[in-house]
Design a protein around this ligand. Structure first.
Ligand SMILES: Nc1ncnc2c1ncn2[C@@H]1O[C@H](COP(=O)(O)OP(=O)(O)O)[C@@H](O)[C@H]1O
Ligand SMILES: [Mg+2]
Length: 431
């Protein structure tokens, strides 16, 4: 089989690398990919200007199956488009991906189905939002969220009522989030520890791919601005016993039933962002795809071929495979991101491009490379001098080991071999 992965980041590098290990796959194409992914054996990167060009590419290259990585492509209806073109594609259709691209929709769905989540109200009118915030006190603060996709920048956790009032004003009147912020969700602030649950869904059934924890803030100790993610680890070894079963029964299956009932069955990866509170797991948000960088730690931990799972899910036939989900290695994984100078570009900073990247030869993709340590390429370009930075998160290293502490040591030891002027990374991932 020939499989095409759509996207260009570290997540798509991990997906294409994992799929290329499948004995059923002769070649993986990545569109557009990046020059680091292009070094992988059995993988080729090709551009496509738009969805029709992608369909033409799939036909010309005789692609059997497409896997879509990024949220924006799902929200733009790439899977619907490929369905119409008769090209099998893994991922939710636009109407099902709405659980991610509209936070208001997702909250109303959770409320209607009794899925545990923070209390909330939805507003498009500033005066109404202000009146509500002035009248209600949920105790631990408020969280203000732009309704639409916002590249991780549409959520403000507020400690005070003044901050909450200022934020709804910024979003609804100041246009701080553009069209994404024309509607806001005002939420109760939950206390607890966060974890992300990843499942493969076929419209009716869900099997776990794993749980992971990520590091959203730029600096050690969760300080500094929010980022796309500076690192991750898996499994979430601290989870209370029985969490997986509760998430399946209280969150994932009710969500699948609800979407099926509404005529938009959910096929694809379900990423349930959870807060483990004193009253059990509560949903912070749903995402309709794999996480970046969580994928870079989840997929190396998979102890079997990923392709049969994605295909069965796409065909609505997960019952053909074990209900316990794909087998996982009895190891822990830690992933450490190296970001460019200036990332994430807040406070007037500019994310610098074009810095030379110096890498130990041993980290580069090659035939027969070890599967327990892996460099993933994200924001990179190549010129006559070699690899240079070309975006926020540049590279990430995953290491697997018997314990999280050992995996962490190993990941940092490898990461220290990477040299980029002004590079930023956290020192406490996996601690
Ligand atoms: N109700 C809540 N209580 C406490 N923290 C929250 C709440 N909602 C969101 N957060 C925090 O804000 C982060 C981003 O919110 P989320 O809904 O995941 O939006 P997005 O990932 O689209 O930016 C979460 O990872 C969490 O740390
Ligand atoms: Mg989130």
């Amino acid at each position: 089989m020939k499989v095409l992965v759509y996207g260009s980041g570290g997540r798509e590098h991990a997906l294409s690398w994992k799929l290329a290990q499948s004995p059923s796959i002769s070649e993986v194409l990545v569109t557009p990919g990046n020059p680091g992914i292009a070094l992988e054996p059995k993988i080729r990167c090709l551009p496509a200007a738009d969805f029709p060009a992608l369909a033409a590419l799939c036909r010309a290259e005789r692609v059997d199956f497409v896997v879509v990585g990024p949220d924006q492509a799902l929200a733009d209806g790439l899977v619907d488009f490929l369905d119409r073109e008769g090209i099998p594609a893994f991922g939710p259709v636009q109407a099902a991906a709405r659980i991610e691209w509209s936070k208001a929709f997702s909250k109303e769905l959770m409320q209607a189905e009794g899925i545990p989540t923070a209390r909330f109200e939805i507003f498009s009118d500033l005066a109404a939002a202000q009146a509500f915030l002035s009248a209600v006190d949920w105790g631990d603060g408020w969280v203000i969220k732009a309704d639409g996709l916002a590249l991780g920048k549409g959520v403000v956790v507020c400690e005070s009522r003044e901050q909450a009032l200022a934020t709804v004003q910024d979003f609804l009147e100041g246009g701080a989030m553009g069209a994404s912020g024309k509607t806001v969700v005002v939420e109760e602030r939950l206390l607890g520890r966060e974890v992300s649950a990843f499942s493969i869904c076929d419209g009716t059934r869900a099997v776990f791919l794993g749980f992971a924890c990520d590091y959203k803030r730029l600096e050690d100790g969760d300080r500094g601005p929010n980022t796309g993610g500076m690192g991750a680890f898996s499994p979430a070894d601290w989870l209370p016993e029985g969490t997986a079963a509760r998430v399946q029964e209280e969150v994932n299956l009710p969500l699948l039933r609800a979407l099926k009932k509404r005529g938009t069955p959910y096929k694809g990866i379900l990423f349930s962002g959870l807060m483990i509170t004193k009253d059990g797991p509560k949903v912070i948000e749903f995402n309709a795809r794999l996480g970046d960088p969580e994928t870079q730690v989840l997929l190396p931990l998979l102890d079997e071929d990923l392709l049969p799972w994605l295909q069965a899910a796409q065909r609505g036939a997960l019952q053909e495979l074990p209900a316990t989900g794909p087998r996982l290695k009895a190891l822990a994984g830690v992933h450490v991101v190296t970001a460019a100078a200036g990332y994430p570009g807040t406070g007037g900073a500019v994310v610098r491009k074009g810095d030379a990247i110096h890498l130990p030869e041993a980290l580069l993709p090659r035939e027969g490379a070890p599967l327990e340590q892996k460099l993933f390429f994200a924001g990179v370009a190549k010129n006559e001098k070699g690899f240079v930075t070309n975006g926020g998160r540049v590279l990430g290293v995953t290491a697997l080991a018997a314990t999280r502490a050992e995996a962490r040591e190993k990941a940092y030891a490898l990461t220290r071999g990477i040299e980029i002027a002004g590079a930023q990374r956290r020192g406490d991932v996996g601690r």
